[in-house]
Design a binder for this molecule. Structure first.
Ligand code: 13P
Ligand code: SF4
Length: 319
């Protein structure tokens, strides 16, 4: 604890000295979220992270999350230095959508508007008409449907089919998934509900349809936190990364939260309701990044110029 406290203090003074602000996702370790809260940074969902970094006047952004979040920050604010505790923090959705095959797929369907999730590389964003996060995906698709558009949706097939079910939109879905959310199991959630019949079920739409179907609330991380505040229940079964419990407990003091069961709960579980890449955002590596100025996020300027267009559309859509 003494070492952790000393490191926290060191990171705080390095952030100050370097005119840097910490932008963290809800899935990062508690200590990183605390640091963001204590230093005037933000802890947020992926859309709010992008917006906060875009509006803040610090000359350096320290982005704690996964690589697409750092790249988004760099694309939106090219004049800023964007650092990440590690550049190794990827995302299974990003890995599952390589730009060459994706681009060839889009070329086969020139009549379709290309909508991609923020959890993609800069190169995939550069090929897209729209970038969305889970908090605005439904509304953007409804907006495009109103204009009579047919869509390509990538990469998350679960979020894509959820939106398709909700809206009836004509969408061709890319076949990729989040390794954390796809492991939640409806059977396990229903068994838990039998033990705790008064519990409400909160589900991120990157989860399989069978889990979404039994949810009391479905939404992005920030929407799930709001649901924990506003629903009258005292107990919640939560199907998203357990890093979110830090904010849920703050937002809904006195309420209780249990992890939704995953297929591999126990020794063989691959991700166990916790993203292995988000977990790389450790205090020690953040301190080292600030000391050495390493792990700067750089994006090819031509890709950035093209990716900026759908990213700004994303921010403006919610403005
Ligand atoms: P939110 O946009 O709901 O925060 O989810 C993003 C995500 O999947 C981060 O891993
Ligand atoms: Fe990607 Fe899933 Fe990790 Fe989010 S939780 S960064 S979607 S692998």
């Amino acid at each position: 604890p003494a070492r952790k406290a000393a490191l926290k203090e060191e990171v705080k003074s390095l952030l100050r000295e370097q005119d840097a602000v910490l932008v963290a996702h809800y899935y990062t370790p508690d200590v990183i979220q605390e640091l963001a809260e204590e230093t005037g940074g933000c802890v947020a969902d992926s859309l709010e992270m992008a917006r906060f970094g875009n509006q803040h006047d610090a000359s350096t952004l320290m982005v704690a999350g996964v690589r697409f979040m750092g790249e988004t920050a760099k694309i939106l604010t090219p004049a800023k230095r964007v650092l990440m505790p590690t550049l190794e923090a990827t995302c299974s959705l990003d890995i599952g959508c390589p730009v060459d095959t994706f681009s060839a797929f889009c070329d086969q369907h020139p009549d379709r508007e290309v909508v991609v999730y923020a959890n993609t590389s800069a190169a995939v964003k550069a090929r897209a008409d729209w970038v969305v996060t889970s908090s605005i995906a439904l509304q953007v698709v409804e907006h495009l449907m109103d204009q009579g558009k047919k869509l390509i949706w990538a990469p998350d097939k679960h979020l894509g089919s959820y939106i398709q079910n909700q809206t009836g939109a004509d969408m061709l879905l890319w076949d990729s998934a989040c390794i954390v959310h796809e492991e939640f199991k409806a059977k396990g959630v229903l068994e838990l509900k039998r033990v705790y019949p008064d519990a409400a079920v909160l589900v991120h739409p990157e989860s399989p349809a069978s889990v979404v179907e039994i949810a009391d609330a479905v939404g992005s991380t920030s929407q799930l936190i709001r649901a924990a505040q506003t629903l009258p229940n005292q107990l919640f079964i939560v199907a998203t990364d357990r890093g979110i419990f830090h904010k849920m407990r703050q937002a809904a003091p006195g309420k209780e939260f249990i992890e939704a069961p995953t297929a591999g709960s126990g020794a063989t579980c691959r991700s166990c309701a916790h993203c292995p890449w988000m977990a790389l955002n450790e205090l020690e590596v953040m301190a080292e990044t600030l000391r050495s100025g390493s792990n700067e996020v750089l994006v090819d300027p031509e890709l950035a110029r093209r990716a900026m267009i759908p990213l700004q559309r994303m921010l403006q859509f919610t403005a």
